[in-house]
Design a protein around this ligand. Structure first.
Ligand SMILES: Nc1nc2c(ncn2[C@@H]2O[C@H](COP(=O)(O)OP(=O)(O)OP(=O)(O)O)[C@@H](O)[C@H]2O)c(=O)[nH]1
Ligand SMILES: [Mg+2]
Length: 444
């Protein structure tokens, strides 16, 4: 299950060692375990120029030394990974999972001070959360007010979240360009999502967000599972079915993170996944009708478990995070070899569609002709005894306004503009100060 060779064998990028070298080197350096690093380094050696390999190997050996030192001293492996960054493309980790599984805590762990060497850029896509325990570089709450959305569209809390995310996803292209810019300084981009998992499985925004991300960056789905709540085989089964449906829908590398191992060991779950018989035995003890369904479904899931990347972590204590980064390294390789080509085709197709639409518009204009030129000040010229300053444009009412057009009382004057700008600047400053304060508190 952990072998990299099937992945590398099919990698179309292998035809181009010059492109692959920095990429493999990044992976090798990022990989938490020495075994994974040596596997990647061997592959690298078979593909690259000797002098290049020597340089890269030096970096990897340095990481080995750091890791073994930290392995001896700390269980949390907080400083175990040292990433030298060659590439300007951050790896996106889209964190999904049932409500309360520990997604936010996990994002906090990945972005926490102790892991800063891994340089993580964080995005919060949960419009309903009160506050994020990590410093969010991009926060959906700065763009969409979910309570207003609920009020305006007369929705309940879940509908409000789905709609807020749908609205935000229309601006996701802008988010992508911000991530691209952040790629200069950050290795990973971690995205926290709402507990309403159907936002990603059933609504348009999930597809838009995952597709937009994966056409631009190596993207991995991280499915967080609460190990304490999964000790019951039927609950475990439901969780896995959800994971399975997301895997097949998203068509991206997928890592199952079994969280909260500080409370409950996850080995039972690993055994259930590896050994079909042991899961059947656990189900025997269940007498509900759901266990019959689970028995049938577990046959289907057996196939899903076969290539599944899975690890146990504690977002609270940090244990297992190094192994998680091992899985991420494999996920990136998998993205490059299995999915990248497909997403590049998708991107090219979308660009073509856009250019077709533009061409169509242009040809329509050509058929209809360019129209008659209008002299901009003709109206002023034809209106005797009227100064240009007497002519005013209808003040656009905002959506919440009950005023009729032209009856708005607050016409924007130069003074108002200045005030608005000052207000905006002080708002931005306040928010910036608050974020810096929060970041400082987290670091403490
Ligand atoms: N013991 C323990 N508790 C954890 C761990 N991870 C998260 N928790 C706790 O689980 C609860 C839920 O964690 P969150 O991170 O808010 O979970 P979430 O998935 O983001 O929740 P929603 O956003 O509501 O879907 C909190 O009380 C966390 O402190 C862990 O590794 N160990
Ligand atoms: Mg959360």
């Amino acid at each position: 299950m952990n072998s990299l060779s099937p992945i590398l064998r099919h990698n179309s990028k292998l035809q181009s060692p010059s492109l692959l070298t920095p990429f493999l080197c990044n992976l090798a350096v990022a990989a938490g375990s020495a075994a994974t690093r040596s596997l990647i380094a061997t592959k690298m050696a078979s593909l690259c120029r000797p002098e290049e390999v020597a340089l890269r190997k030096q970096q990897i050996t340095m990481t080995d030394a750091t890791t073994s030192l930290n392995d001896k001293t700390m269980d949390t492996n907080d400083d175990s990974n040292l990433i030298k960054k060659d590439s300007k493309t951050p790896v996106c980790l889209l964190v999904l999972g049932m409500a309360g599984s520990g997604k936010t805590e996990f994002v906090k762990r990945l972005s926490s001070y102790n892991y800063q060497q891994l340089k993580t850029y964080t995005i919060n896509l949960d419009p309903a959360c009160k506050e994020t325990p990590y410093h969010a570089h991009i926060d959906i709450r700065d763009t969409v007010n979910y309570k207003e959305v609920m009020k305006k569209y007369k929705l309940g809390p879940n509908g409000g979240i789905v709609t807020a995310l749908n609205m935000f996803s229309t601006k996701f292209v802008d988010v992508v360009s911000l991530i691209e810019k952040a790629g200069k300084d950050y290795n990973f981009c971690v995205i926290d999502t709402p507990g309403q998992i159907e936002v990603f499985t059933w609504s348009a925004s999930g597809t838009i967000i995952t597709e937009t991300l994966s056409t631009s960056f190596p993207t991995i789905i991280v499915y967080v599972m609460d190990v304490v709540r999964s000790t019951n085989p039927t609950t475990f089964m439901s969780n896995m079915l959800y994971a399975c449906s997301i895997l097949y829908k998203s068509q991206l590398p997928f890592i199952v993170v079994i969280n909260k191992i500080d409370v409950q060991d996850h080995l039972f779950a690993m055994e259930w996944m590896m050994d079909f018989e042991s899961f059947q035995e656990a189900l025997e003890k269940e007498t509900t009708y759901v266990s019959n369904l689970s028995r049938t479904m577990s046959l289907t899931l057996d196939e899903f478990y076969r290539d599944l990347k899975c690890c146990g972590v504690s977002a609270k204590t940090g244990s297992g995070i190094a192994e998680f980064y091992d899985q991420v390294a494999k996920g990136v390789l998998e993205y490059e070899q299995d999915y990248k080509q497909q997403y590049e085709l998708l991107k090219a197709k979308k660009l073509k569609e856009m250019s077709n639409i533009n061409e169509e518009r242009l040809s329509k204009i050509q058929v209809q002709g360019p129209g008659t030129p209008v002299e901009l000040n003709s109206l002023v010229a034809q209106t005797p005894n009227k100064e240009a300053s007497d002519i005013w444009l209808k003040n656009p009412g905002n959506e919440s306004s009950d005023d009729e057009g032209g009856e708005e009382e607050n016409h924007n004057t130069v003074g108002d503009d200045e005030m608005e700008e000052t207000d905006f600047r002080s708002f931005v400053k306040k928010r910036h100060d608050a974020q810096m304060e929060k970041a400082k508190n987290i670091e403490k």
